[in-house]
Design a binder for this molecule. Structure first.
Ligand SMILES: Cc1ncc(COP(=O)(O)O)c(C=O)c1O
Length: 381
């Protein structure tokens, strides 16, 4: 039986005593994975030329094969990128749009991806259209229906978050993808929070592109993410940075975008081993159950509500703060005060109300959320 919570917290380098319930923002890399990353760095600095010429190309493809197997995918369809933002940029900036074309996003689209869509749309005189997400307690059918209703004859692309950042909702991807494909609209899934939170079978999901972070819920070192492209979507797909591989095919273009430190990407093998050692699917189910239990406990303590209602959660869940409506500067100031007071928990605004986003990773246990709630209540007072 695997232990979780404080019994294994020392597997991470997290500051002892600091109340961290925010794995979702930047992940946290276990010592074992940092050691694997360091091993790659040592090899890189030992003989830089031999490392980049002879070792990196095969090592990257070995790492892609290990990751592809976790995603039930073919490694030939899987390229590494540094983060989800870069992966989404690659797809969006590879596509051509005509004036008055529409790019569909969710109302809760991640801010950096929203900006990328705005940038691409503005360069082609296209338009960004948002499908509204009711919050709190949206049901999956309403989300899928809202996306379907927002598709028009001018929709050229849908960019859909797998798990929304500001509201921790798992979106009904199969229904959304089916609705988009029925209207001939390709789908880019922003799965920044997917890998390690939910079980993934990328070919079965049948999106056109899926971008995923490994440095969040898979515990890889920071700067480890991937872009999966369905085989028929790889032509004319280019990284955001063009380099030596230009015109030589999907993998050649993405595997080299200039000199960089590939140790984070190569840490994925150790991260996958770590995830499996902690239980793999058992860990994911345990984290989801803890997130839901923690959110219910904190909402009861605050006398407020959870964001997901009866919907299943992944490893994150939302709780409304017991505070009057506030604006973004006030929310950010509160976030800083909470960090100073000893807890890392992100805040998001919905209709002027601040909500806490709770993350549950293997090192968390219910007591973390009780301590976090104490700090929040004391800070609000
Ligand atoms: C939905 C979503 N997309 C994209 C990102 C960006 O991830 P990264 O900073 O690793 O590029 C995030 C980060 O939290 C996210 O939540």
């Amino acid at each position: 039986m695997t232990s979780y919570g404080s019994a294994i917290r020392d597997e991470w380098a997290l500051a002892p005593g600091y109340v961290t319930v925010n794995h979702g923002s930047f992940g946290a890399t276990p010592r074992a994975v940092l050691a694997a990353q360091q091993m790659w760095r040592d090899r890189m600095e030992d003989q830089p030329s031999r490392f980049f010429r002879s070792i990196v190309p095969a090592a990257l493809r070995d790492a892609a094969a290990a990751l592809a197997s976790f995603l039930n995918a073919d490694s030939a369809d899987l390229a590494f990128v540094t983060n989800a933002t870069q992966g989404c940029n690659a797809v969006l900036r590879s596509l051509a749009f005509a004036p008055s074309d529409e790019i569909l996003v969710l109302g809760h689209v991640y801010g950096a991806v929203r900006n990328t869509v705005r940038y691409v749309a503005s360069r082609h005189a296209a338009t960004m259209v948002e499908a509204p997400i009711p919050f709190p307690r949206p049901d999956a059918d309403t989300i899928a229906a809202n996306v379907a209703a927002a598709i028009t004859p001018r929709t050229r692309l849908a960019v859909i978050d797998h798990i929304t950042s500001s509201s921790a909702l798992i979106t009904p991807l199969p229904a959304i993808i089916a609705a988009c494909h029925a209207k001939g609209v390709p789908v880019l899934v922003d799965g920044a929070h997917g890998p390690g939170q939910v079980t993934l079978d990328l070919p079965a999901l049948n999106a056109d592109w899926y971008v995923g972070n490994c440095h969040k819920w898979l515990n890889a070192a920071k700067g480890c993410a991937f872009l999966w492209a369905r085989h028929d979507r790889q032509t004319d797909l280019h990284p955001a940075v063009i380099s030596h591989g230009y015109g030589k095919g999907f993998l050649a273009e993405f595997d080299w975008t200039g000199t960089w430190d590939p140790s984070a990407l190569l840490s994925i093998t150790a991260a996958l081993e770590f995830h499996a050692r902690l239980g793999g699917p058992t860990l994911r189910a345990r984290n989801a159950a803890l997130a839901a239990e923690a959110a219910a406990m904190v909402a009861a303590r605050f006398g407020t509500e959870t964001g997901h209602g009866n919907q299943p959660t992944g490893s994150m869940a939302m709780v409304r703060l017991p505070a009057p409506a506030m604006d973004a500067p006030a929310m950010l100031a509160l976030r800083d005060r909470l960090l100073d007071a000893g807890t890392d928990v992100p805040l998001h605004l919905h209709a002027g109300q601040a909500w806490l986003r709770l993350s549950a990773q293997a090192y968390n246990e219910l007591d973390d959320y009780a301590r976090m709630a104490d700090i929040v209540l004391a800070t609000l007072r």
